[in-house]
Design a protein. Structure first.
Length: 154
């Protein structure tokens, strides 16, 4: 099965680098918020931001999935946010992979920015928890697909 990108814009392939990860065991909601936070950033700035999220120095603003999410200080323009460490680690790995792909293609890694980043829900891994009187309760694990397209700035 061939994997396709959600990004279908006609661009010069010599100036773009791509990376993708499938079925990561991270929250799809956290992934959506991280992707919207770093979309359009320079690669170095995005990597520093994700490292700060992992170290819990900066929070990710939760703009869409923000029911009962507490406010965080230091955010500009949006009060509610969280520190999704596990999802930030996985997205950082995919971002570094895309940067390595760009370096392999001979692109200037200092001038790269995130042209496209998206997360999609993946397969649901079925699981169960045993309960009293011979019953079970579903305990499913959701997975996420991440896609990143980097482009070299002119």
């Amino acid at each position: 099965m061939a994997k396709k990108y959600a990004y279908n814009k006609d661009v010069d392939e010599a100036k773009t680098a791509r990376a993708m990860a499938s079925s990561l065991k991270i929250s799809p909601k956290h992934s959506v918020e991280i992707c919207s936070a770093i979309r359009g950033m320079d690669v170095e700035k995005a990597k520093n931001y994700l490292n700060d999220v992992i170290a819990m120095k900066k929070s990710v603003p939760f703009k869409r999935h923000n029911k009962k999410v507490g406010h965080r200080k230091g955010q500009e323009g949006w009060p509610s946010g969280r520190y999704p460490v596990k999802a930030a680690e996985q997205i950082l790995r995919v971002l570094e992979n895309a940067e390595a792909n760009a370096e392999y293609k001979g692109m200037d890694t200092e001038r790269l920015f995130i042209e496209h980043i998206s997360s999609h829900r993946g397969l649901v891994i079925k699981g169960y928890i045993p309960r009293a009187f011979g019953r079970t309760t579903p305990f499913n694990t959701s997975t996420t697909h991440i896609q990143i397209v980097l482009q070299e700035a002119n």
